[in-house]
Design a binder for this molecule. Structure first.
Ligand code: ZN
Length: 429
């Protein structure tokens, strides 16, 4: 299909400019951005009126566990270990593949409706997550989470991960890519991580891992290995593989230099870190050092939504208040973390910008609501007053998957019904 978006305000995140332009999409790519270009009459030409709309690259949720939407709101306001031991882990032990499928669809609908076009996921029953991604039209980096405190568990996880990668890497016209996901340095011993590194190199996939999320983790690693999580992983050679590191809340200046040196993608999850009282990641310092910092929501059990517009705002506010500096993490930078910089953090080179030749992952925000008036500065409006519900149209891989807030591929009512039924049953036990 060929799509022509006419007269939109188009965000150019290379120059941080907003330009009135048309966008031509041919196949899965952006073929032209500009004004006054001729489009030959085509049979399959779909024209979208871009007036009162701003076009930006689809948002990139760099860290989530999408099927955890099933546990949203089941239990909140608890210490992390209570919450995991008494609510999340018992419920997860009852999960079936079908539950994960419906929970994933629920999360994907929520993400599409709030402008996310790519997400990076770590969970189990990943075949079901992949089916949900394939059907929904969204793009994703998928990985099966591996915990290896019991070596047999680790071995099983690694085998399933390798099978998953072989089955799904590059599927759905390349919308699905894969990674290996050792859960965290405190749940995966060094000998297991070494096996993971070997497999990641062999399969040429990135590693997706939680790092330095809580102070408890820092003490465990210090006690076991006499060092900090980032130094520990560096000494194992883990960062020789492209690494997507979630959280990185408790890192010192030297560790920030290590992250920069190895081009580790550092995924900041401000709302989850606030809600679980994990701490405040030194995002301003990381950005100044040149670390690739992306943004994520984490799972909906610890956020409790998957809205990236809200997340980029939270990221900005959290840095301002923690640095006691209103200039910290400005509007343009937080938008970049959710788009262009987020793509680089995940190692994805063809998304994150509206640029000719890039994949056509584009969202249109309706700027005709009151929160977009007056039109002083579109970057400030998006960062500080836009809402997920302002997302009007979502295009992924050159296909419209939501138009005027109607999903084109998925049955939203059925998904809500199934996810509700299953979520309630899983938590009730
Ligand atoms: Zn996580």
């Amino acid at each position: 299909m060929t799509i022509l978006i006419k007269n939109a305000t188009v965000l150019d995140l290379n120059r941080f400019a907003a330009v009135e332009s048309d966008i031509l999409i041919e196949g899965d790519r952006i073929s032209k951005i500009g004004v006054d270009f001729e489009v030959k009459e085509k049979e399959n030409l779909k024209v979208i009126d871009g007036r009162n709309k701003v076009a930006l690259p689809g948002l990139i949720n760099g860290h989530t566990h999408v099927a955890m939407t099933l546990f949203r709101g089941a239990s909140d306001d608890l210490p992390l270990m209570d919450w995991l031991n008494n609510v999340i882990w018992p419920s997860e032990s009852r999960l079936t593949g079908e539950d994960v499928y419906w929970g994933s669809l629920l999360g994907i609908v929520e993400m599409i409706k709030s402008g996310t076009t790519t997400f990076c996921d770590m969970y189990f029953f990943m075949d079901e997550v992949a089916h949900a991604v394939e059907q929904s039209g969204i793009r994703a980096v998928l990985s099966r989470g591996m915990v290896a405190l019991d070596p047999a568990n680790g071995e099983k996880g690694l085998k399933e991960s390798v099978d998953f990668i072989k089955n799904w890497q590059g599927k759905a016209n390349g919308r699905i890519t894969t990674a290996l996901a050792p859960h965290a340095p405190y749940t995966c011993p060094p000998e297991f991580l070494r096996d993971v590194i070997v497999e990641a190199k062999r399969l040429n996939v990135p590693i997706n891992i939680h790092i330095s999320e809580t102070l408890d983790e820092i003490s465990i690693i210090k006690e076991r290995y006499g060092t900090t999580p980032v130094r520990h992983l560096e000494s194992l050679g883990l960062f020789e593989v492209k690494t997507i590191g979630a959280h990185l809340v408790h890192v010192d200046d030297e560790e920030i230099q290590i992250l920069k040196r190895y081009q580790v993608g550092a995924i900041h999850n401000p709302q989850s870190n606030m809600k679980l009282a994990s701490g405040i990641a030194p995002v301003v310092k990381m950005l100044e050092a040149g670390v690739l910092v992306g943004l994520g929501t984490d799972g909906a059990a610890s956020n409790n939504d998957l809205d990236m517009i809200e997340e980029l705002r939270a990221a900005s506010y959290l840095q301002k208040v923690s640095n006691m500096n209103p200039e910290a993490l400005n509007a343009k930078t937080s938008i970049a973390m959710a788009t262009s910089l987020g793509a680089r953090a995940l190692g994805l080179t063809e998304i994150g910008l509206l640029q000719e030749g890039y994949k056509a992952d584009i969202i249109l925000l309706n700027t005709n609501e009151t929160n977009f008036y007056p039109r002083h500065n579109i970057f400030n409006l998006i960062a500080y007053s836009a809402k997920g519900a302002d997302v009007d149209t979502v295009i992924v891989d050159g296909e419209i998957i939501m138009e005027k807030r109607q999903l084109t591929r998925l049955d939203e009512e059925k998904i809500k019904f199934e996810a509700n039924k299953r979520g309630l049953k899983l938590v009730a036990g």
